[in-house]
Design a protein. Structure first.
Length: 346
C-alpha cells in the first residue's frame, strides 16, 4: 500500500523518513488538485471538472521536479486522445466497430508517444473517456480542464514546499552507510566460516548501485532548483556531501567485487575457508570501519593507516596471485580512501 501511495507523491517509497515528511507532498497534492478545480468552475467548463484535478494525482511524484516534464507528456496524450475520439465519432456512430477502432488506435498512440520507454497511457484513457461521454462540447471541456490542471501542476507544483535535495541526498547516504555496514559484517563473518544466511542476491546489487542513484538525483535536482530559493546542505555537510557521495560511488564496485569473490572462494568448501580467507576477516572489519568513518564526514586517517598495515601484513603472509585477487577489492577501497579529502577543521 505504501508503494502505491508513494506513486502519488504522498508517501516516500523508501523507508527512513520522519512521519512529518509526508505532510508537504500531501499538502502539495491537495493545493494542485483544488486550484484547477475551482478555476474550471469559475470558467464554467462543466459542473464537476474532475479532469482538472486528476493531473495532480497522476503527475506529482516524490521527485516534484519531474512535474513539468510529466505534465507536458500528459498534455500531449490528452490532445492525441481527444483528436482520436472526435475523429472516430465524427465518421462512425457509437458501437462495436467504432469502439474497436478507438481501442486499437489508442493503444498504438500510447506506444508511439511513449517517453523514456513508458507508454503514454493518457492517450487511451482520454480517448475512452470521450467515447463514453459522446455529448456535444464535452471533448473541448475535457481538453480545457486537463490543460488547466496540467498547467497548475507544472507551474505551481515545484514551487510549493520544494524538497531540499541536499538533505535528501544526505539521508540517503546515511541509509546506504547503514546497509553497507550490515553487508560488510556479514562478509567478515563469512570469511571466518560463518553461515551464508542473509539478504538474497537482489539486495546487495541494489545496495551497490545506490550511491550512483544518489549522486545522479542530487545533480538533477540541483539543476532544476535554479529558479527556486537557494537550498543548502544540512549543517556540517556543506563541504563534505559531494566528496562523500563520490567516495561511496568509487568504493561500491570494489566492495561488490570483494563480496562476490569471497562468496565464490568459500563455496563448496566443507572444511571451511582456507587460511588466507580467514586472515582476511580483520582486514575487512578495519576497512569497513574506516569507510564508515569517512562516509560520516569524519577524519579517517588513523583508521586508514591501521587498515593499510593489515593489508601489508596479509600480503606478506599470503603472496600468492590468487590471494592478491581476493584482496583487490579492499586495495581499491584503500586507494579511494587515500584520495578522499580530509574533512575541514571544526
Amino acid at each position: 500500500m505504501s508503494d502505491m501511495l508513494g506513486m502519488f507523491g504522498m508517501f516516500a517509497p523508501r523507508g527512513g523518513r520522519a512521519p512529518g515528511a509526508s505532510l508537504a507532498p500531501a499538502a502539495r497534492l491537495v493545493v494542485c488538485a483544488a486550484v484547477p478545480w475551482y478555476v474550471c468552475l469559475w470558467l464554467g467548463t462543466t459542473a464537476d471538472p474532475v479532469p482538472a484535478a486528476l493531473p495532480a494525482v497522476l503527475i506529482l511524484r516524490e521527485d516534484v521536479f519531474e512535474a513539468p516534464r510529466l505534465a507536458l507528456q500528459r498534455l500531449v496524450g490528452v490532445v492525441a486522445g481527444v483528436l482520436l475520439s472526435v475523429a472516430v465519432l465524427h465518421r462512425l456512430p457509437p458501437g462495436s466497430l467504432s469502439f474497436l477502432i478507438v481501442l486499437v488506435c489508442g493503444c498504438a498512440g500510447m506506444y508511439l508517444l511513449r517517453q523514456g520507454g513508458s507508454p503514454n497511457q493518457q492517450v487511451l484513457i482520454t480517448a475512452m473517456m470521450i467515447y463514453a461521454t459522446a455529448e456535444p462540447g464535452y471533448p473541448l471541456a475535457r481538453l480545457e480542464e486537463s490543460a488547466v490542471g496540467i498547467a497548475v501542476v507544472a507551474l505551481l507544483g515545484p514551487l510549493l514546499w520544494p524538497p531540499n535535495p541536499y538533505r535528501d541526498a544526505s539521508a540517503g547516504l546515511d541509509a546506504y552507510r547503514a546497509g553497507l555496514r550490515v553487508r560488510m559484517e556479514r562478509t567478515a563473518a563469512l570469511a571466518l566460516g560463518g553461515d551464508r544466511t542473509g539478504p538474497g542476491p537482489a539486495a546487495p546489487y541494489a545496495l551497490w548501485h545506490r550511491p550512483h542513484e544518489l549522486s545522479a538525483a542530487l545533480d538533477r535536482r540541483t539543476r532544476r532548483t535554479l529558479l527556486l530559493p537557494p537550498r543548502r546542505p544540512p549543517a556540517g555537510a556543506a563541504d563534505t556531501l559531494r566528496p562523500r557521495l563520490l567516495l561511496a560511488a568509487r568504493t561500491a564496485p570494489a566492495l561488490l567485487f570483494l563480496t562476490r569473490e569471497l562468496e565464490t572462494r568459500t563455496e563448496g568448501t566443507p572444511a571451511g575457508p582456507d587460511e588466507a580467507v580467514r586472515d582476511l576477516a580483520p582486514l575487512i572489519d578495519a576497512t569497513a570501519s574506516t569507510l564508515d568513518t569517512a562516509l560520516r564526514g569524519e577524519d579517517c586517517a588513523a583508521a586508514l593507516h591501521h587498515a593499510l598495515e593489515l593489508e601489508r601484513t596479509h600480503r606478506a603472509a599470503h603472496p600468492a596471485r590468487r590471494d592478491a585477487v581476493l584482496r583487490a577489492g579492499l586495495h581499491l577501497t584503500h586507494e579511494a580512501l587515500t584520495d578522499h579529502p580530509a574533512p575541514p577543521p571544526g
